[in-house]
Ligand binder design. Structure first.
Ligand code: HEM
Length: 507
C-alpha cells in the first residue's frame, strides 16, 4: 500500500502533465472533428483517443472501412502516451491462428489483468495458463453435469413464469405500455444467473422494478475497465489516485461487488449448515464438490461468481436487446419468426419447453445473425509471448497488442459477402432447413479455440425461450424516435436502453 502510494506520488508530475496535454488535445480535436466531419487517428501524442471519446460509433465504422481497404489487417502506431502498437485484424485466418493453431503463444497478459483488476486475477475471465485451465475445468464440469442439464429447463421456466410473464402482463394491463427492454432483459438475466450461481431466484424482474446495486456496479465496472484500454495507464492511475471520473465509480463498484458476493457466501454457508441442499455454483464451491475440488478462498469464489454473472447476464441481455431492435427494422423477419413460433408451440402454453425450442430454426438463425452484427464482446485482445508471423504476413512481438474486431469482421464483404451489412437470418439456414454451422474463427461471437464459450447452448436455450414467449403472447414495438446508440463498454450495450411498447397479442 505504502509502496504504491510512493510510486504514485513519484509519478505525479508526469501524470499531471500527461493529463493536461491529453485534455487540451481532446478538446481541440473534438472541435476540429465536429466541424470538419473527419475521423482522426494515428495522431502524434494522443493516437486515436479523441475518436474513442467523441465518435465511438464513427470509429468502429472507420476501423471497418480501413480493414476492408487493407485486406483485413493493419497496424496502428502507439501514441506517445500509449504503451504499445496495436495490430487490428478481422481476418478469419489470423483469428484461427491466434485463437487455435498457435493458441499457446497468445495470452491475455498482465496488462489485461491490470485493467480488468476488478474481476480478479484468478477468475476464468482474466487468468492465463494453469490458473485458467483449472477454472475452465471447473466451469466445464459444472455446465456439462447431468444435474445441471436436469435443472436448466426448470430454471428457464421459473424465470418466465415468475418474472417475464407477470411483468409483461402487468405492463400491458396498465396505463403505461412503454418499457425499457434492455432493463427488462437485464433483470431477467440476473434472475437466470442467480438461479445458476446461487440456486435461488431474487425476482429482480418483478412488478415495482426494484433497484439492483450489483448489476449497476457490474455495468459501471465494464465501462470503466473498457475506458482504461484507450488511455495511457498513467492517466487512469492518476484518476484512481485522485478518486475521480470513471475510477471513482469503479472503486464504488468494487465495494458493491465485494459486499454482494460476501453476503451471498454468508447466506449460503448458513443454508448449508442447516443441510439445505441444491445444485448451484456456490454450493459446489463451498461443499468442496468433486467438480470444484477443495473449497478455495472466498476471494477466488468472489472472482468467479462475478465472472459468471458477467458471462451469463451481460452477454444475453445485449443479444436480446439488439435482436428486438434489428427485428423492429425488419418486419418480414418478425412475421417469419411469429409463423414458426405459432406452428411449433402448443396453443395455450406460455413457457416453451426445451424440445419445443429446438424446433425453432428460423429464430435460432435470427439470433445468430444478431450475434454476428452485434457481438456482445465486440473485440478481443491478445498479446504474443514470442515474436510470430500471422497468416496475413504481418509480424508481431511481445510489445504488440493484437486486437480482433468482431464488429468489423461482420461487415467485411470478403468474409460474409456483398450482403454482409444486412440482417438476413436466411444466411444461417441450409437448403434442407437446418442451421448452417460456420467455423468459430469466422462466427467469432462465442470466441474460438480452447477458450471458446462454454455456455453457447445454454444461452441459445434461454434466449429462444424469452423470444418465443414474448412473440407468442405479446406485440412488442420499438419506439421509433428513441435514440439507439452503442455504449463504450466491455459488453456491447445500448447507451440509452431500448424503449418499446408492449401490448397483448390476443386482445
Ligand atoms: C449470447 C450469449 C453469450 C456470448 C455471446 C458469449 C460469448 C463469450 C465470449 C466471447 C467468451 C470469451 C471471453 C474472453 O475470453 O474474453 C466467452 C467465454 C465464456 N463464456 Fe460465454 N457467452 C455467452 C453466454 C454464456 C453463458 C450463458 C454462459 C454460462 C452459462 C457462458 C459461459 C462462459 C464461460 C465460462 C467462458 C470462459 C471460457 C474460457 O475463458 O475458457 N457464456 N463467452
Amino acid at each position: 500500500m505504502i509502496a504504491t502510494m510512493i510510486e504514485s506520488v513519484a509519478n505525479l508530475p508526469c501524470m499531471i502533465l500527461a493529463t493536461i496535454t491529453l485534455l487540451i488535445s481532446l478538446l481541440f480535436l473534438h472541435y476540429y472533428t465536429k466541424h470538419n466531419k473527419v475521423v482522426l487517428w494515428n495522431l502524434p501524442l494522443v493516437g486515436l483517443l479523441p475518436e474513442v471519446f467523441f465518435n465511438f460509433h464513427g470509429l468502429q465504422n472507420k476501423v471497418t472501412q480501413l480493414l476492408e481497404e487493407k485486406k483485413g489487417t493493419f497496424f496502428l502506431k502507439g501514441a506517445l502516451l500509449a504503451q504499445s502498437d496495436i495490430l487490428i485484424t478481422s481476418d478469419p485466418a489470423n483469428v484461427h491462428h491466434i485463437m487455435s493453431s498457435n493458441f499457446s503463444n497468445y495470452v491475455k497478459g498482465s496488462n489485461w489483468r491490470k485493467r480488468f483488476d476488478i474481476f480478479g486475477d484468478d477468475s476464468i475471465f482474466n487468468a492465463d495458463s494453469q490458473v485458467w485451465q483449472h477454472n475452465r475445468k471447473i466451469a466445464r464440469g459444472f455446465f456439462s453435469h447431468h444435474q445441471f442439464h436436469q435443472l436448466l429447463n426448470k430454471i428457464v421456466q421459473d424465470t418466465m413464469a415468475k418474472g417475464l410473464i407477470p411483468v409483461l402482463d402487468y405492463i400491458v394491463s396498465g396505463q403505461s405500455l412503454v418499457v425499457d427492454l434492455q432493463d427488462l432483459f437485464k433483470r431477467l438475466m440476473f434472475d437466470f444467473a442467480s438461479l445458476i450461481v446461487f440456486g435461488s431466484n431474487p425476482n429482480f424482474l418483478s412488478i415495482g422494478f426494484p433497484e439492483n446495486v450489483f448489476t449497476k456496479a457490474l455495468d459501471e465496472a465494464c465501462e470503466a475497465t473498457c475506458a482504461r484500454h484507450f488511455v495511457p495507464d498513467s492517466f487512469w492511475r492518476l484518476q484512481r489516485w485522485l478518486v475521480i471520473g470513471k475510477e471513482r465509480k469503479l472503486s464504488e463498484s468494487w465495494k458493491t461487488i465485494d459486499r454482494f458476493c460476501a453476503d451471498h457466501i454468508a447466506i449460503k454457508r448458513k443454508k448449508l449448515a442447516t443441510n439445505e441442499d441444491g445444485f448451484d455454483v456456490l454450493n459446489c464451491y463451498l461443499t468442496g464438490h468433486e467438480i470444484t475440488g477443495p473449497t478455495p478462498t472466498d476471494k477466488i469464489i468472489r472472482d468467479n461468481i462475478t465472472a459468471a454473472f458477467l458471462a451469463i447476464g451481460s452477454t444475453t441481455t445485449s443479444t436480446l436487446s439488439w435482436f428486438f431492435w434489428l427485428v423492429s427494422k425488419n418486419p418480414l423477419v418478425e412475421i417469419k419468426i411469429r409463423q414458426e413460433v405459432d406452428k411449433n408451440l402448443p396453443e395455450n402454453k406460455v413457457c416453451p419447453m426445451q424440445e419445443e425450442l429446438s424446433k425453432l430454426v428460423y429464430l435460432h438463425a435470427a439470433l445468430c445473425e444478431t450475434l454476428r452484427l452485434f457481438p456482445p464482446v465486440p473485440s478481443q485482445l491478445r498479446v504474443p509471448i514470442q515474436t510470430d508471423s500471422l497468416p496475413s504476413g504481418d509480424h508481431v512481438n511481445e510489445n504488440t497488442n493484437v486486437m480482433i474486431s468482431l464488429y468489423a469482421m461482420a461487415r467485411m464483404v470478403s468474409v460474409w459477402g456483398e450482403d454482409c451489412c444486412e440482417f438476413k437470418p436466411e444466411r444461417w439456414i441450409t437448403e434442407d432447413g437446418r442451421i448452417k454451422h460456420e467455423p468459430a474463427h469466422k462466427f467469432f461471437s462465442f470466441n474460438a479455440g480452447p477458450r471458446i464459450c462454454i455456455g453457447k447452448d445454454i444461452a441459445f436455450t434461454m434466449m429462444k425461450g424469452v423470444v418465443a414467449t414474448m412473440m407468442r403472447n405479446y406485440n412488442v414495438r420499438v419506439v421509433e424516435s428513441h435514440p439507439v446508440v452503442p455504449n463504450l463498454s466491455t459488453v456491447f450495450s445500448m447507451k440509452h436502453g431500448l424503449m418499446a411498447t408492449v401490448t397483448n397479442r390476443w386482445n
